[in-house]
Design a protein around this ligand. Structure first.
Ligand code: PLP
Length: 368
């Protein structure tokens, strides 16, 4: 191409999503597929959200409410926080993109982990700024907060943390975060990606970042996981009002779209669906971990305690992951090999419906 592209864009690897159901059906001539690859809600979308979105289609000729006032008011009531501390966007990933666009100056640097949410990795690599990817220990697959502190320098502008972390499912605890945040300069933004907050919040040691009154923390959450509306792209964030006012200026004026705003508003009232989703996940987690423990005792894999709706399996070698992945595909089960996340020897499996979990375990036992 004769059009000049910045070198960091030229070198950028596009986000590779989990495999699509239709693609696998076609490739392997299968009629039934179990997609346990993208940490989606296996129960489908929140029924209340669907109903509200269907009702809102009459106004699709109109542009969305720029301030998303109804939704931000609802979030304000639910989380007992002022509306001026709330931003909504096209997915929490959309808000992450707005944060990078808003705050990064020429020589600013970012810090995160080498084994965290790939969406952030792609956004960071898509900038001219330097990003430090701090190595995660292979012993516990937890964010190396001390390693991140050690990388802070005068140019550090943004630290991205993901808790629970995707793809490892692990958390850093209240005590670890308390110790960490005290040592971060106030001029550094700390993004706390809590996409899996609802799954983790019941755990005593899990730090809810909204309870920390630091002016440099941005909490990000989403409707994509527990509310099951990933396809409609809507997420939200909480931060100091000065940060929010910048984000509101920079975000695309009409994000999130009409359907997303209507769906999210209704989803926040769908406690029944939320509870059902959490209960299904807990049951699935107990089943998975009981079965995986047997395979671990036989020395066939290692699994790691998860605080979200997925589990990390360490298979030691990439060849084993490739073999298990391709064999599972033939059985109609899609999981996520983690080469793109920097963990080629690992795979991630999403907790699904009871029968999907059983199909996965049965197939895995056969293959492994
Ligand atoms: C940690 C994490 N953050 C953000 C996202 C994306 O969320 P959203 O759909 O709100 O953009 C995901 C989706 O997989 C995720 O795992």
């Amino acid at each position: 191409m004769i059009i000049k592209v910045p070198e960091y864009i030229e070198n950028l690897k596009a986000y590779v999503p989990g495999k699509a159901i239709e693609e696998i059906k076609k490739d392997f001539g299968l009629s039934e597929i179990h997609k346990l690859a993208s940490n989606e809600n296996p129960l489908g979308p929140s029924p209340k959200a669907v109903e509200a979105m269907l009702k809102s289609t009459d106004s699709l000729n109109r542009y969305p409410d720029v301030g998303a006032l109804d939704l931000r008011n609802k979030l304000s009531q639910k989380f007992k926080i002022d509306i001026n501390n709330i931003v909504v966007g096209s997915g929490s990933e959309g808000i992450m993109a707005t944060i990078l666009r808003s705050f990064l100056c020429e020589n600013d640097e970012l810090i995160t982990s080498d084994s965290t949410f790939i969406g952030f990795q792609v956004l960071a690599r898509g900038r001219a700024n330097k990003t430090h990817f701090v190595e995660m220990s292979r012993a516990d697959y937890k964010f190396n907060l001390n390693g991140i502190l050690a990388k802070i320098n005068a140019n550090t502008k943004i630290i991205y943390l993901c808790n629970p972390n995707n793809p490892t499912g692990t958390i850093f605890t209240k005590a670890e975060f308390n110790d960490f945040i005290k040592q971060v300069p106030e001029s550094v933004i700390v993004i706390m990606d809590e996409a899996y907050f609802e799954y983790a919040q019941g755990h005593q040691e899990y730090p809810d970042s909204m309870l920390y009154k630091y002016e440099n923390i941005i909490t990000l959450r989403t409707f994509s996981k527990i509310y099951g509306i990933a396809g409609i792209r809507i997420g939200y964030g909480f931060a100091h009002k000065d940060i929010i006012s910048i984000l509101m200026k920079v975000k695309l004026p009409f994000e999130p779209n009409n359907l997303a705003q209507a769906g999210a508003l209704a989803a926040l009232d769908d406690d029944e669906f939320l509870i059902k989703s959490i209960e299904l996940n807990e049951k699935g987690y107990d089943y998975f971990t009981t079965e995986l423990e047997v395979l671990q005792k036989q020395g066939k894999l290692k699994w790691f305690p998860s605080f979200a709706n997925f589990i990390l399996l360490d298979l030691e070698k990439q060849e084993r992951v490739d073999f298990i992945n391709s064999s599972l595909l033939k059985e109609g089960v899609i999981i996520r090999p983690l080469i793109a996340f920097g963990l080629p020897h690992c795979l991630r499996v999403t907790i699904g419906l009871e029968e999907e979990n059983q199909t996965f375990i049965k197939a895995l036992k056969k293959i492994i």
